[in-house]
Design a protein around this ligand. Structure first.
Ligand SMILES: [Zn+2]
Length: 166
């Protein structure tokens, strides 16, 4: 997917997540949307930095990179929500476009992708992006409702890490 697709995906995802985390049409919802939109969109843009540094769809499209973004809020107390943007970028590349991504780079250069998806220049790219975003939001809603709250207050994990002397 191209930059346009990733920004669209990030914006719609952040908007939807705002309503999932803070249902309603009030200031609290608007505040939540504002809080997560910029980090999610930044995360959604980050992996394609490897078009300039490293090898595209390999260097910054891997699970170790995602793990780094998950670790930052826990260990340093910053970059909250950026991992959501990185994750959604991977999903869009794997499901929405023809070419896969090297999830296990640098251990393996093999690219994983679904046969679904369209070329990044397709006229259906925006539609595919919106459909994938809707499916992602349904997934986040189900997880938030039935599995674990996604309010993502990682301060507890951060304190736990501090307790272990990390
Ligand atoms: Zn990408």
């Amino acid at each position: 997917m191209n930059k346009r697709g990733h920004v669209l995906n990030g914006l719609l995802l952040a908007l939807g997540l705002g309503f999932i985390l803070e249902p309603g049409l009030d200031a609290a919802t608007a505040t939540t949307v504002a809080e997560i939109t910029v980090p999610v969109v930044l995360g959604a843009l980050f992996p394609d930095v490897d078009t300039a540094f490293g090898r595209h769809r390999k260097t910054l499209h891997s699970l170790p990179v995602l793990a780094v973004f998950l670790a930052y809020p826990i260990f340093f107390g910053n970059l909250q929500y950026v991992w959501i943007g990185v994750l959604t970028h991977y999903v869009l590349d794997v499901v929405g476009s023809r070419r896969g991504i090297a999830l296990f780079h640098p251990l393996s250069d093999r690219e994983f992708g679904f046969p679904s998806g369209v070329t990044t220049s397709s006229k259906y790219a925006d539609l595919v992006t919106v459909v994938i975003t809707a499916i992602e939001l349904a997934g986040f809603w189900a997880i938030h409702t039935y599995v674990v709250s996604l309010d993502l207050d990682l301060s507890a994990a951060s304190e736990a890490a501090a307790g272990f002397g990390l």
